[in-house]
Design a protein around this ligand. Structure first.
Ligand code: AMP
Ligand code: MG
Length: 451
């Protein structure tokens, strides 16, 4: 298979994505989910014209020649209903949010008045009709669509949902994601430190990337570079909507991941993408009819992990019709920790966000000036881990040290990924660049850079 450009690979992945259906969410648990239905206003809000200030409700014609003296006929507090209609020469003391009484057409704030007695006030300012009033329906009218399907639920959206009394509503389901590390050299978290081994960082780094999207993945553990053992682990992983396998996808004689995935029925869509780091990325799909549904794992040579067993116990959800219709998306990620994280950022996360119905698939990008020269990497889109600082002219991006794909600290220190297009001939210090922000929760619907 040929080396794909990053955009071609992303296109193939996004084409393959199906959303695993919808479910009901309660308002209290909905932050970060995506609405799968339109939400309409259930009343006019405000329900009538109300005061925007503490002050006096007046007839604007009465105060045209301010200062004038008016009679105070009642006090109206928020939550009260006015009892009287204002006649000429009358006003009502009114609090913010209280209904403006019939006859009144404006509010004068208390700072522009002078109280003479409990029943008489001097109004010092002329105002136009509608002054300091919030008109009926200013927020919404009954029946208005106030939120559309596809809206990501932020705290502001939660406030609107509460306003229309939507205690429960349809959201997109979150895909179920399994993560598998592979390699004889890997040492699990609970194993004693062996100086000849490499700690399994990927399971946890990838887990955290998936968690950051609001999905709780299942860690399947570590499969050794043994075709049979790998097969058993992969078979478990294929029960999920998305399987992330790191390591073993390259061209080494013990890189069994791709042939084994194919043996299990996964149709490989591509292998190798013209990016750095992360080029041995592989992507395939298991057709829905082949997704293992029940205890398909037989004769596993290692015990299944606790996380897997716990997930299986609450696992009936997996076999919902919507879900089974999706098949399994399989990402064969490079073993180098930075490479696998970059691949998750660039390819897996957009797919997961689309599965969750979110139209904003991509990290927010900013423009910056690069602090130093950048050598080019012909034909590949390069992602450089950078720290961002600011001066009066904007952001400055500086590499976080060595860009070796094995050095995770450079990722830990990064605020963003500077994108060097594949057709770049190198960058001089001070050149304008695009940086994808790695922190925060802000996403955008356009990718923000070209190859
Ligand atoms: P591979 O893609 O299997 O050839 O692995 C490439 C490099 O990444 C090797 O140096 C591996 O030791 C390392 N590596 C693979 N998997 C992991 C992992 N889960 N955690 C940390 N390093 C890994
Ligand atoms: Mg390996």
């Amino acid at each position: 298979m040929k080396h794909l450009q990053a955009s071609e690979a992303l296109h193939i992945i996004l084409e393959a994505v199906r959303t695993p259906g919808t479910e009901q969410a309660r308002l209290e648990q909905a932050l970060g989910r995506v609405l799968a239905q339109d939400i309409r206003a259930n009343r006019d809000l405000p329900p009538c014209d109300v005061s925007a200030m503490d002050g006096f409700a007046v007839r604007s014609a009465d105060v045209a020649n301010a200062p004038v003296i008016l009679e105070i006929i009642e006090d109206i507090r928020a939550g009260d209903m006015p009892r009287n209609t204002l006649a000429a020469g009358q006003c009502a003391r009114i609090m913010t949010g209280a209904p403006v009484p019939p006859g009144a057409d404006a509010v004068i704030r208390v700072e522009d008045t002078q109280e003479i007695s409990a029943s008489v006030v001097q109004i010092n300012k002329a105002v136009k009709p509608g002054n300091d009033m919030r008109l009926r329906g200013e927020n919404m009218f009954i029946g208005d669509v106030v939120l559309t399907a596809g809206t990501e639920i932020t705290p502001g959206v939660i406030g609107v949902l509460a306003t229309v009394k939507a205690a429960q509503f349809a959201v997109y389901r979150r895909p179920r994601v399994a993560i598998l590390s592979t390699g004889n050299e890997l040492e699990a978290m609970d194993e004693p430190v062996d100086p000849n081994k490499i700690p399994d960082a990927n399971s946890y780094a990838l887990m955290a990337q998936v968690q950051a999207l609001g999905i709780e993945p299942v860690l399947l553990g570590i499969a050794r570079d043994d075709p049979l053992e790998l097969e058993q682990y992969l078979w478990r992983g294929l029960e999920y909507d998305v399987l992330l396998v790191s390591g073993g996808t390259s061209v080494g004689v013990h890189d069994y991941v791709r042939p084994t995935i194919e043996k299990l029925g996964v149709i490989m869509k591509f292998w190798r993408v013209a990016i750095r780091p992360g080029h041995p990325l592989a992507f395939g799909m298991l057709p829905p009819t082949k997704v293992p549904q029940v205890d398909a794992v037989q004769g596993a040579s290692r015990e299944p992990t606790q996380a897997y067993l716990e997930d299986r116990q609450g696992g009936e959800q997996r076999v919902t019709p919507q879900c089974a219709a999706c098949g399994t998306l399989v990402f064969g990620l490079p073993g180098n920790p930075v490479s696998s994280m970059v691949c998750v950022e660039e390819f897996v996360a957009p797919a997961l966000r689309r599965m969750m119905g979110n139209p904003r698939l991509y990290r927010r990008t900013v423009t910056a000036r690069v602090a130093h020269e950048v050598k080019f990497c012909p034909g590949r889109t390069e992602f450089i881990r950078v720290q961002l600082t600011r001066d009066e002219a904007g952001y400055i991006a500086s590499a976080t040290g060595t860009q070796s794909s094995g050095v995770l600290l450079s990722m830990a220190r990064a605020d963003g990924l500077l994108v060097v297009p594949a057709n770049s001939t190198g960058l001089a210090a001070g050149a304008q660049v695009i940086v994808q922000l790695l922190d925060g929760t802000a996403f955008q619907d356009e990718i923000g850079f070209s190859e």
